[in-house]
Design a protein around this ligand. Structure first.
Ligand SMILES: Nc1ncnc2c1ncn2[C@@H]1O[C@H](COP(=O)(O)OP(=O)(O)OP(=O)(O)O)[C@@H](O)[C@H]1O
Ligand SMILES: [Mg+2]
Length: 311
C-alpha cells in the first residue's frame, strides 16, 4: 500500500515528497495534473451499486493506495497554459475546465468515501480563496489577525482608512501582491474601480514574515523571510530557518490552532512577527515548501512524507 500524489509532475513539492517517500520504501504513483486537458484517461463508472475509478494508469486505488497527497488538482482558468485558448474561445474553455474539475474532483471524493485519506481534503483546499472567512474563523478562535475590511464599497474604505493609520490592500483570494494604500488611492475616480472587484484592505503590521509549517497538529518547521519589501514575493528574498526551540511559543500555538480550526492536517501558516505583537495572515492549504527546504534547511518534505507514509 502506498501514496498517490496529485499535482503537476514538474512541481517541486511533488518531486520532493516523492523522493522522501521513495527513500522510505513507500510505493508512489502520480496523477499528473498537467496531463489534462489531454488524452490521459480518467473514468468514474457506476455499475449496479458499484462505483470504480480509474485515472491515468492507477486502478484499484483503495486497495493499492491508502493516502493521497493533493498538491494541486489543476484546472484553474488563470493558469498561463490556458491563456491563448481563453482569448480565442473563452466560454468553451471555462466549460471544459469545469467538466474536467467535476470529474477528477468526484474521483478524489469517491476515493475519500472509500477510506482513502486525502491530504489536504478537497473541502479544506477550497479555503484558499476564502480569506475573509479564514480571518473570521481565526479571530473567533482567539488567533490574532490584523484589522481587515474586504469590500467593494468606497465609503467603507474611507471609513477604514480614517480609523486605521497604515493600510495595505491585496486580493480577497490571494495570488497578487500587497501594496501600501496611498492618499491618491482614496480619490473617487480610483475607488469607483472597486465596482470591478472587491479588495481586501488591512492594517499594515510592521515586522518579520514568518512561515510556520504544521503537520498533523504540530509545528514541524519555521522560517523567517528576509526582505525589506512590503510583500517579499515582489523581490529576491532569503529565508532563514528558525529552530523550533527558538520559535516564540505563542506563535507556535497560534499556528497549530489555525491548522486545527481550519481543519488542515498540513499547512503553512503566514505570520507577521512585530516588535510588540504578532498576527496570523492566513493558513495555506497547499503550501509550497521545497524552496524553504532548499534555502533554509528546513525538512518539511521529510516530515510530510513521514505523515503521508503512515496510514
Ligand atoms: N497586513 C499586512 N501588513 C504587512 N505586510 C503584509 C500584510 N498583509 C500581507 N503582507 C505582505 O504580503 C505577503 C502576502 O500576503 P498574504 O499571505 O496575506 O496574502 P497572499 O499571499 O496574497 O495570498 P496567497 O499566498 O494566497 O497568494 C505577506 O507575506 C507580507 O509580506
Ligand atoms: Mg500568502
Amino acid at each position: 500500500m502506498g501514496v498517490l500524489l496529485i499535482g503537476p509532475e514538474a512541481d517541486l513539492q511533488v518531486k520532493a515528497v516523492t523522493r522522501e517517500l521513495e527513500k522510505r520504501g513507500v510505493e508512489t504513483a502520480l496523477w499528473d495534473a498537467s496531463s489534462w486537458p489531454g488524452d490521459v484517461p480518467a473514468t468514474v463508472r457506476h455499475v449496479g451499486d458499484q462505483t470504480s475509478v480509474s485515472v491515468a494508469d492507477t486502478e484499484e486505488i483503495p486497495a493499492e493506495y491508502h493516502t493521497i497527497y493533493l498538491r494541486q488538482l489543476g484546472f484553474d482558468a488563470r493558469y498561463p497554459e490556458f491563456e491563448s485558448e481563453l482569448d480565442e474561445r473563452p466560454l468553451s474553455v471555462i466549460n471544459q475546465i469545469r467538466e474536467y474539475r467535476g470529474l477528477l474532483l468526484s474521483a478524489v471524493k469517491r476515493l475519500q468515501d472509500e477510506g482513502v485519506r486525502v491530504i489536504n481534503p478537497p473541502e479544506a483546499m477550497s479555503i484558499h480563496d476564502l480569506k475573509p472567512w479564514q480571518l473570521s474563523t481565526l479571530s473567533a478562535a482567539g488567533v490574532p489577525v490584523p484589522e481587515t475590511c474586504s469590500t467593494n464599497d468606497p465609503d467603507e474604505v474611507r471609513t477604514f482608512a480614517n480609523r486605521v493609520e497604515d493600510v495595505i490592500y491585496k486580493p480577497v483570494t490571494g495570488g497578487g501582491h500587497a501594496h501600501r494604500l496611498e492618499k491618491d488611492d482614496l480619490e473617487d475616480e480610483r475607488l469607483t474601480r472597486l465596482a470591478n472587484s472587491p479588495v481586501q484592505f488591512q492594517e499594515r503590521i510592521d515586522g518579520d514574515d514568518v512561515r510556520v509549517f504544521v503537520v498533523d497538529g504540530e509545528a514541524v518547521a519555521a522560517a523567517r523571510i528576509v526582505s525589506d519589501a512590503l510583500d517579499y514575493r515582489s523581490v529576491e528574498h532569503d529565508v532563514e530557518r528558525i529552530p523550533l526551540d527558538s520559535l516564540d511559543p505563542e506563535i507556535e500555538r497560534a499556528a497549530c490552532r489555525a491548522a486545527t480550526q481550519l481543519e488542515l492536517p498540513f499547512t503553512g501558516v503566514d505570520v507577521i512577527d512585530g516588535s510588540d505583537r504578532f498576527v496570523v495572515l492566513e493558513a495555506n492549504p497547499s503550501p509550497m515548501f521545497a524552496t524553504f527546504d532548499e534555502l533554509a534547511g528546513t525538512r518539511v518534505a521529510d516530515e510530510l512524507a513521514a505523515f503521508l507514509a503512515d496510514p
